[in-house]
Design a protein around this ligand. Structure first.
Ligand SMILES: [Zn+2]
Length: 206
């Protein structure tokens, strides 16, 4: 259902840009899965593969989210799908090109990854705003549950939990505060053109 809602919103947004939205395919899996990006294990978590334009959601991640991350809300799950679809959108629109370059030349890979991930959070927020306007589907506490989820999957929070220390130079997705900030910014503005800022501002300003 959520994927369908992302299709309706992004199809319209792409039309405004004079583009056609290529619908991604959702693949639910548990254990492991074969993708154009290689074999993925559950430990990978949900991911998007540009090579086959598929969003892979590992069902055990949802379980873990519920048990360990304390993000049980329905809308928190929607946020996870919307984030992965955000990766699809940024790839199709070429927003992710700078990241490919960084990976190829092995320069600033972590910082580029953080920008990319925060942009996907921003786009998830934009989607939520547009979808809310269109379907009025959000209930009390929904936004908070997505924010809570973003909070729980920030790099600093996960690192602290895993090793007790925070190493910002190893960040790949951004801190909890950053993930919440950019998701909220996307939601508050509902403006997809604002997504480009993620690759324009100084890293310290993210
Ligand atoms: Zn991501």
């Amino acid at each position: 259902m959520i994927l369908g809602d992302t299709e309706k919103v992004w199809t319209e947004e792409f039309q405004k840009l004079g583009r056609t939205y290529p619908k991604p395919t959702l693949v639910l899996f548990s254990g492991q899965v074969e993708s154009a990006c290689g074999l993925a294990e559950s430990a990978t978590g949900p991911f998007y593969c540009g090579g086959d334009q598929r969003v892979y959601i590992d069902l055990s991640f949802y379980k873990e989210m519920q048990q360990q991350l304390h993000s049980s809300g329905e809308f928190a799950r929607a946020y996870v799908v919307a984030h992965e679809v955000g990766h699809h959108v940024q790839r199709v629109l070429g927003y992710a090109d700078a990241v490919d370059e960084a990976r190829r030349t092995r320069t600033n890979e972590n910082q580029m990854s953080v920008r990319l991930e925060l942009q996907a959070d921003y786009l998830a927020g934009v989607w939520a705003a547009k979808a809310q306007k269109k379907f009025n589907f959000m209930e009390n506490g929904d936004l908070e549950s997505a924010i809570n989820c973003a909070q729980n999957i920030g790099d600093d929070t996960l690192q602290k939990k895993a090793s007790g220390t925070v190493r910002p130079e190893k960040f790949t997705h951004g801190s909890s505060a950053q993930r919440v900030r950019w998701f909220k910014k996307g939601f508050d503005t509902g403006d997809m053109s604002g997504a480009k800022v993620l690759f324009q501002v100084r890293y310290e300003q993210l």
